[in-house]
Design a protein around this ligand. Structure first.
Ligand SMILES: O=C(O)C(=O)C[C@]1(C(=O)O)C=C[C@@H](O)C=C1
Length: 96
């Protein structure tokens, strides 16, 4: 691919491919924003659950519930899914 043809922003070697990539990137950006919004909403809910439980005299954590969540992510997405679940959990309840 010659340097004069390559689109600097998309990395594509042809203008049509660059257009396709730009369109797909728009959707990728929308998806990323939804992931961020959902991540933050979940973290807030998780913190509220923890405060509600502790205010009632209960525990900070429920590890059996955390294991179920990690397992659900592992089944759907493999070992990386389990890592994602651990990061999601930490975003809510904080580090163990
Ligand atoms: O479901 C709960 O009981 C929560 O407190 C939420 C949550 C979570 O973020 O999913 C957080 C901490 C607990 O140890 C288990 C799960």
């Amino acid at each position: 691919m010659s340097a004069d043809v390559m689109d600097q922003n998309t990395g594509a070697g042809e203008p049509l491919a660059a257009d396709e990539i730009r369109a797909m990137r728009e959707r990728i950006d929308e998806i990323d924003q939804q992931i961020i919004d959902l991540w933050q909403e979940r973290a807030r809910l998780s913190q509220t659950v923890g405060k509600t439980r502790m205010a009632s005299g209960g525990t900070r954590l429920v590890l059996s519930r955390e294991r179920e969540i990690v397992e659900r992510f592992r089944e759907a997405m493999g070992p990386d899914g389990a890592q994602v679940a651990l990061m999601i959990l930490r975003a809510g309840r904080g580090p163990l």
